[in-house]
Design a protein around this ligand. Structure first.
Ligand code: HEC
Length: 137
């Protein structure tokens, strides 16, 4: 425990210490998955949902994370949708109800100003999966 011995050993260990940091650095880099694979395994539905949202033009009326353009303001922002209590302030926020609302809002919420969208049931389910996943990353 003498100070002389400590000084000697720290001098001896310095190169190894640097090597260890290099290894830790390499491990940290290796552990970070590339952005495209981070959403798997449920990434399939969410990725399809985003593509459908872009094709259907939801962005014309909604601000939606992941959709860079357009960012319409006619409808509410869809960020963090799984934290929303009621869909359009009226319907329980459940996946099936959300999918039905997305397909044909006026049919399940009379008087809704969101127009029916040309999506199949499974497409609407994928879109709902994407909206629910929005604040998980
Ligand atoms: C023409 C404009 C328009 C388009 C296009 C549109 N929406 Fe909407 N959306 C609205 C409006 C307006 C509301 C508010 C409706 C209400 O309160 O009844 C709304 C409400 C919503 C809500 C409920 C939001 C909340 O905070 O409760 C969701 C979810 C939604 N839209 C998803 C979509 C998706 C997904 C698409 C594309 C498939 C889409 N919308 C396309 C206008 C639009």
């Amino acid at each position: 425990m003498g100070s002389g011995r400590q000084a000697r050993s720290s001098g001896k260990w310095r190169p190894a210490g640097l090597a260890a940091w290099a290894v830790i650095g390499a491990l940290l880099v290796a552990c970070k998955p590339p952005a495209e694979t981070r959403r798997t395994p449920e990434g399939g539905a969410e990725a399809r949902g985003l593509a459908l949202i872009e094709n259907a033009g939801c962005g014309a009326c909604h601000e939606i994370p992941g959709v860079t353009w357009p960012k319409g303001r006619l409808g509410p922002s869809l960020a963090g949708f799984d934290d929303v209590g009621l869909i359009a302030g009226a319907l329980p926020n459940r996946p099936g109800t959300l999918a039905a609302f997305i397909r044909n809002a006026p049919s399940i919420k009379p008087g809704s100003t969101m127009p029916p969208m040309p999506l199949s049931e499974s497409q609407a389910a994928d879109v709902a999966a994407y909206l629910y996943g929005l604040d998980h990353d």
